[in-house]
Design a protein around this ligand. Structure first.
Ligand code: ADP
Ligand code: MG
Length: 259
C-alpha cells in the first residue's frame, strides 16, 4: 500500500488493518496509569508535578496531552515511558508493571516498544543524520535480538520514511530545524515503537514547518499503526487529535473523545 505523505514522499509500509470504529472500544489497554503522583525537587522546592492521574491508552489510539506550561505533560510522558518512577501509584505497559529505568540500568534497558521524540531533536552533533539514526537502530537491534523481535527497516529506510535519505551524510548543523526533528523521528521509529511519545515535537519550529512535521507524524502513524501520544500547549495541534486529555497543575481535568 502506498500513500502520498508530506514532503512529497511515498511512505510504503506494512499496513495494519485499520480498526473499525466499534473495535476502538475493545482495543487492548497498552499504557495504564493508576493513581499516579509524582513529587519532584527536594527540600523547600518540592513540587507536586502529577497528582492522582488515572489514564488508560489503548492500542492504536492517537491522543493529545494538553495543558499550559508547567501543567505536568512532560512528567506524565516520562512516567508513561518508564524514564521516571512515580512517587506513588503504578504504571502498566502492555499488561505488566512498567519497569522504570534508574541507577545503573538507565540507558541499558528500555521498555521494549516505547520511543520518544522530544522538543529538541538532541542529535549527536558530530555524527551524520545516517549515523544518528544508525546508532539508535543498532541499540534497538541488540535489544530486539535479545527479545526475539527485530527491526526490518534499515537506517536508510528510516530516513526515507521521513523524506531525508538524500541528507543521510549531512551533519545536524547542516540541517534545518524541521529536518533535524525529522531525523529524530526516524531515530525513534528505528525502535519499532508500539507507542510513540512526542513532547512538544513542534515547539521549536515555525508554525508552517511545525504543521508539516505534525502531518508527517500523523501519516507515519496511519501507515505503521503505532499508538501516538503528543504533549502540546498548542490548541491548533490539540484540535487534530481524536482524544484530548487535559492537565492543570498536575491533575487530569478533562478526558474527551471527539467525534
Ligand atoms: P509541562 O511539560 O506541562 O510544562 P512539566 O511536567 O515539565 O510540565 O512540569 C510540571 C511541574 O513540575 C512544573 O511545576 C515544573 O516546574 C515542575 N518540575 C519539572 N521538572 C522538575 C524538576 N526536575 N525539579 C523540580 N520541579 C520540576
Ligand atoms: Mg513539557
Amino acid at each position: 500500500m502506498t500513500e502520498q505523505a508530506p514532503y512529497g514522499l511515498k511512505v510504503e509500509a506494512r499496513r495494519r488493518p485499520r480498526p473499525a470504529a466499534a473495535s476502538r472500544v475493545v482495543a487492548p489497554a497498552l499504557s495504564v496509569c493508576r493513581n499516579v503522583s509524582v513529587v519532584l525537587g527536594r527540600g523547600e522546592t518540592l513540587v507536586t508535578a502529577l497528582a492522582g492521574i488515572e489514564l488508560t491508552v489503548h492500542a492504536g489510539e492517537r491522543l493529545v496531552l494538553w495543558g499550559r506550561s508547567g501543567s505536568g505533560k512532560s512528567t506524565l510522558l516520562h512516567v508513561m515511558g518508564g524514564l521516571l518512577a512515580p512517587t506513588s501509584g503504578s504504571v502498566d505497559w502492555d499488561g505488566a508493571p512498567l519497569q522504570t529505568l534508574d541507577g545503573a540500568r538507565k540507558g541499558r534497558l528500555r521498555a521494549p516498544g516505547i520511543a520518544d521524540v522530544f522538543q529538541s531533536a538532541n542529535l549527536l552533533p558530530y555524527f551524520t543524520a545516517f549515523e544518528n539514526v544508525a546508532f539508535a537502530h543498532r541499540a534497538a537491534i541488540v535489544g530486539a535480538s535479545a527479545r526475539g523481535t527485530g527491526s526490518s527497516l534499515s537506517p536508510l529506510d528510516l530516513l526515507r520514511l521521513v523524506g531525508l535519505d538524500h541528507k543521510a551524510d549531512a551533519l545536524p548543523a547542516e540541517l534545518s530545524g524541521g529536518e533535524t526533528q525529522r531525523v529524530a523521528i526516524a531515530r525513534a521509529l528505528g525502535q519499532r515503537p508500539r507507542m510513540l511519545l512526542c513532547d512538544e515535537p513542534t515547539g521549536h519550529l515555525d508554525s508552517d514547518t511545525g504543521s508539516r512535521v505534525l502531518a508527517l507524524i500523523e501519516a507515519l502513524q496511519r501507515e505503521l499503526g503505532f499508538t501516538l501520544v503528543i504533549a502540546t500547549h498548542d490548541p491548533d495541534v490539540a484540535a487534530r487529535f481524536p482524544r484530548t486529555v487535559e492537565l492543570l497543575d498536575g491533575r487530569l481535568i478533562r478526558d474527551e473523545v471527539h467525534a
